[in-house]
Design a protein. Structure first.
Length: 170
């Protein structure tokens, strides 16, 4: 939602939905016999630093580092691609990588299409009501279409005529 708002989309929202918001709480201190002695009211607060850390992935970096120290096997299973990506971008943290990506998007916002990422082209190999299709990768499949009543009657008459011709030839 934060990204949509930053992108210019009008999303009615409140800071209560973002990380870093703490709800108001009332703390009660009870005495010896269970009676309330003191009450403290903590006001609701929003910490923008926590939100910024979540946007730039600092919480992910902290988790990655702790997992790398505690369980290297689990780290390699879970974050091996992230580690390769960070190494390829020459970035130490997710925040560095995000800043680099944001900078490159701002410098050239046009989307680049990948070369060779074409859709397979569908061709009809055999026409008719049972059509055979073939794509550019060589795969074939059969698809049946419904016949109209007139076509069905005509086909039956052709079969009768062929059967009669075969009977007369014998």
């Amino acid at each position: 939602m934060k990204g949509a708002c930053d992108g210019g989309i009008n999303c009615p929202h409140n800071t209560k939905r973002f990380p870093g918001y703490k709800r108001a709480q009332i703390e009660e201190v009870k005495g010896k016999r269970g009676k309330t002695v003191e009450t403290h009211k903590n006001e609701a607060a929003f910490d923008a630093k926590v939100l910024r850390n979540h946007i730039f992935g600092n919480h992910v970096t902290i988790y990655m580092n702790s997992l790398k120290k505690e369980d290297p096997g689990k780290f390699s299973r879970q974050f091996s691609r992230w580690e390769k990506c960070l190494a390829a971008a020459k970035a130490k943290t997710c925040e560095d990588l995000y800043k680099k990506v944001h900078k490159s998007i701002i410098s050239n916002p046009e989307r680049q299409k990948k070369a060779g990422n074409k859709k397979p082209v569908k061709q009809v190999v055999k026409a008719g009501y049972t059509r055979v299709f073939k794509d550019s990768k060589g795969r074939q499949w059969l698809r049946e279409f419904r016949q109209t009543g007139a076509d069905r009657k005509e086909r039956v008459l052709q079969k009768f005529a062929a059967a009669q011709a075969a009977a007369l030839d014998d």
